[in-house]
Design a protein around this ligand. Sequence first.
Ligand SMILES: N[C@@H](CCC(=O)N[C@@H](CS)C(=O)NCC(=O)O)C(=O)O
Length: 214
Amino acid sequence: MSEYSLHGFCESGNAYKAALMLQLCNADWKPLFVDFMKGATREAEYRNLNVMGEVPVLVHHTKDGDVTLSQSGTILTYLARRFGKFGGENEMQDLEILRWILFDNHKLTANAAGWRFRRTVLQKPDDELTKFMEERARSAFTILNTHLEGCDWVANNRPSIADISLCGYLFWPEHMGLSWDEYPNIKKWLANIQKLESWAPSEDLLPSAVGGSK
Ligand SMILES: N[C@@H](CCC(=O)N[C@@H](CS)C(=O)NCC(=O)O)C(=O)O
């Protein structure tokens, strides 16, 4: 059995955050497909695994039993501690990372993911809620783009789980109908992430809930 199991699917940027971290840490892990489009996260079995009914869920199979975690930020923090990689080197650095993970969850991913879902899955590119999410996502992109001026990484001048969290949905600009040329510092930073050793896109790490599971 692998040391870690990750419940998810490749269209989920939130699952990708956890999968990318496992990949970058060269962890012994396997994906467990969640058939999101068929409503798997609403079923009782899944709710028993995660009362929040969300992917990702990470299960760490330890000699003392399974450790089950949800929320990508929690999973990233757990893995950073386990592997001693992509975390901070002191309390203030950890807090800086946490600050950006909270910004990501509340402002950036929350809106970018909803905008993309409404455009690509619900096929409602122009309705009021989609436009609202676009505006909020673009505002978060502008903040990130400003912050990245002259910086290679989001926090502490080195790659961290803050970068891994924030990039979860950003390798799909076409799904939001935008080009990163509009946000050049984000474009450069995404290229930095892609240059990390063993970086891979979500499609190479997790099964698809749209095209059928791999
Ligand atoms: N803040 C959560 C967000 C997770 C999330 O929204 N996952 C989506 C898929 S990308 C989901 O499972 N949604 C099901 C639902 O909200 O019912 C995290 O970072 O893990």
